[in-house]
Design a protein around this ligand. Structure first.
Ligand SMILES: Cc1cc2nc3c(=O)[nH]c(=O)nc-3n(C[C@H](O)[C@H](O)[C@H](O)COP(=O)(O)O)c2cc1C
Length: 290
């Protein structure tokens, strides 16, 4: 067993957003206090492992933002019931045979449906997809609402719903392999049907965040905590309000033109029946950010 030589030795690591401020050894783990939060390394089996662990603690997770994705509605069925969710983790893994993979949170209803039926569709969303549509499929669960009510879809050859609203194309796939990756399951699936619906530009994950100012829930495979930073950014300006459900920030300077709220409208002046453009929460779910 490797014995850390750091016993009682306060460590400072340079670089990265978080710096290690102090350390104590408990058994064969090291607990660091980073920004007031205790973070523990894994067990120390050898010197190399400890180096990797220390490096992990000071890494800049923002590098993960540099990865590129699209935005999709992944839909499946369980018997006669349909459900679907937003996913950005849809990607092609081989071309012969055409095979894709998706990463789906085990708590999602869609996960339960795919596990059971072994089939799903992935509709590729266009750049103009309204935030309310993404909110419906990406922040609400099919356990609480019927997500397909009022949605334009067709039933695919394997019986799965294929969402057509806001879609530039779709894939229908049959699961061939599953990989348990902790919070999520990666489903690898052979494409059994596909078509192009329009030539409109597709929504990218980056565009969704940067231009549409959309948010990502914790259940997403690529979630990174951003609420605290958003609060800091907003501190200097008064009367911004944050949705407690999804983290969307109402900025009076920008308004919410998609819902008819002009830039310059204070939160107080927004009509009471206005809802969060990302997740559909009511005005009462917002809190002032001071
Ligand atoms: C932009 C965005 C990206 C998302 N990406 C994923 C993803 O890749 N995998 C996943 O499991 N959930 C992802 N989600 C979260 C699910 O869409 C969300 O948890 C949904 O409410 C699950 O619905 P369900 O319980 O009806 O299946 C994403 C949500 C958003 C808004």
């Amino acid at each position: 067993m490797f014995t850390p030589k750091l016993l009682g030795w306060p460590i400072k690591l340079a670089g990265g957003r978080n710096s290690v401020k102090s350390s104590i050894i408990t058994n064969s783990r090291i607990v660091f206090n980073i920004g007031g939060v205790d973070k523990s390394t894994g067990m120390f089996d050898n010197a190399q492992y400890s180096k990797i662990e220390l490096c992990r603690l000071k890494m800049n997770v923002k590098a993960l933002y540099k990865l590129g994705y699209g935005l999709y509605v992944v839909a499946s069925r369980k018997g006669d019931r349909f459900n679907g969710q937003i996913a950005n983790t849809v990607f092609q893994v081989t071309s012969e045979p055409p095979t894709i993979a998706i990463s789906i949170n085990k708590n999602n209803l869609t996960h339960e449906f795919i596990k059971e039926s072994k089939v799903f569709s992935a509709s590729v969303l266009c750049q103009d997809t309204p935030l309310t549509f993404i909110g419906r499929f990406g922040f609400r669960s099919g356990r609480d609402i019927d997500k397909f009510e009022g949605i334009n879809y067709r039933t695919g050859q394997s019986g799965v719903p294929v969402v057509l609203d806001n879609a530039t194309g779709y894939l229908e796939a049959r699961v061939t392999q599953e990989m348990d990756v902790g919070t999520h399951t990666i489903f690898v699936a052979e494409v059994v049907d596909a078509d192009v619906i329009s030539d409109e530009a597709c929504m990218t994950y980056d565009y969704y965040h940067q231009i549409k100012r959309g948010k990502t829930p914790k259940s997403a495979a690529t979630y990174v905590e951003e609420k605290v930073e958003a609060r800091k950014e907003a501190k200097s300006e008064v009367a911004k309000y944050m949705c407690k459900v999804c983290g969307y920030i109402y900025d009076p300077g920008q308004g919410d033109p998609d819902s008819g709220i002009k830039p310059g409208t204070t939160f107080e002046k927004i009509p009471d029946d206005w809802v969060c453009p990302v997740c559909g929460a009511t005005k009462t779910e917002f809190e002032r950010m001071d």
